[in-house]
Ligand binder design. Structure first.
Ligand SMILES: [Zn+2]
Ligand SMILES: [Zn+2]
Length: 371
């Protein structure tokens, strides 16, 4: 297939505008290192909304979206990993040459910010434009709230063409973050106890990760009853409605006087992070996955940390190396051990604003947008 410029559709975010605007844009032909992917489905993640709301510095107008999956349509001439027709799951982009990338830790790539959060290629251009000028692309190396996304070898994982591609993109961020936080970042031990605060995509994926890791006690704190019910089916041994108990950490301590071995906060709410910290037992580890606004300090105190040998760990993308971890997650999914499809609600991409509303008010857990 020849490389050529195309017209495509995307949900575009404008500064200070509440709703995404569904528009026609122009996408340039791929540069030598680029891969043009036709998107079959893209997950809606909280990080996209942080971007839309200006919480992540990103030049507007912009196309967000970072949980895409689809089929390769065009490739630049230096691309070796995939060819047109290959099915791919998209993830975050890394440089492949820094020390972190060489150590198979691309989630902590030294060049992650430039490659994922500038809205431009390294040469300063954008693959996307409308009739007024450039539109930011390259969000997580993809900007996949669109019919097409421009990607790179480091953020595409080739997968089996027979998979339900529409929903597979969720593996590339929310699900790998939740499962990986438990199995990779904290590398929890079999028979241990873990508390997970927040039962959205990441928290529920952490519950599935804890079940995969054979934790003995898996506690989820989540106000939404449907999510608690789903968590129980995913392997949570105790689900707590924080609105029904006076003090969550005292309630957990009353049942587990020695505290828990691990906690993961997927809410990004400082008061919830504090209560998770208070549940940790001796040598406990708290993994922070939910992002707070800039400037918020970690929970707890140095006094308590030293006395009990507590660790607080910031976690990016569940310490995933997408090339190896996404295929592993797909094997769990095929074996019925990672039934993430139970969390999914699908919407047309042009109905993205409805999906945002539904995910916000708890009617949808993982909204997947179909172009
Ligand atoms: Zn790197
Ligand atoms: Zn995400």
């Amino acid at each position: 297939m020849n490389k050529s410029k195309i017209n495509m559709h995307a949900a575009v975010a404008y500064e200070g505008v509440e709703d995404f605007q569904y528009e026609t844009l122009t996408m340039e032909a791929p540069q030598d290192n680029e891969v043009l992917v036709k998107i079959f489905g893209v997950g809606l993640c909280h990080t996209d909304l942080l971007g839309k709301n200006g919480m992540i510095p990103y030049p507007f107008p912009a196309v967000f979206g970072h949980e895409g999956a689809g089929i390769v349509e065009q490739v630049g001439k230096s691309v070796k990993k995939v060819k047109p027709g290959d099915a791919v799951v998209l993830s975050f982009r890394s440089c492949s040459y820094c020390d972190r990338c060489e150590d198979a830790e691309p989630a902590y790539c030294r060049n992650l910010l430039e490659l994922n959060f500038t809205g431009r290629r390294e040469d300063g251009s954008s693959a996307l434009s409308n009739d007024k000028g450039p539109v930011s692309s390259n969000f997580f190396g993809q900007s996949s709230f669109a019919t097409h996304a421009m990607c790179y070898e480091s953020n595409i994982v080739k997968v089996d063409n027979n998979l339900p591609l529409q929903i597979m993109g969720a593996l590339g961020c929310g699900i790998q973050t939740g499962v990986g936080a438990v199995t990779r970042s904290l590398a929890v031990s079999k028979g241990s106890s873990i508390l997970i605060t927040g039962g959205g995509t990441v928290g529920l994926s952490a519950v599935m990760g804890a079940a995969l890791a054979e934790c003995e006690t898996v506690i989820l704190v989540e106000p939404n009853a449907d999510r608690r019910e789903l968590a129980a089916s995913f392997g949570a041994t105790l689900c707590i409605d924080p609105n029904k108990v006076e003090n969550v950490s005292a309630h957990i301590r009353s049942q587990f006087p020695l505290g828990v071995d691990y906690a993961i906060d997927a809410t990004g709410i400082p008061a919830v992070q504090q209560s998770a910290f208070e549940c940790l037992g001796s040598k406990g580890t708290l993994g922070l996955v939910g992002v707070t606004p800039p400037g918020v300090s970690p929970p707890g105190s140095i006094f308590e940390m030293i006395n009990a040998g507590i660790t607080i760990k910031g976690i990016m993308e569940g310490d995933s190396e997408p090339d190896t971890f996404i295929p592993e997650l797909i094997e769990y999914f095929k074996a019925g051990l990672l039934p993430f499809d139970k969390m999914v609600s699908t919407y047309k991409l042009c109905d993205i604003n409805q999906a945002v509303t539904d995910q916000h008010n708890g009617h949808a857990i993982k909204a997947i947008l179909i172009p």
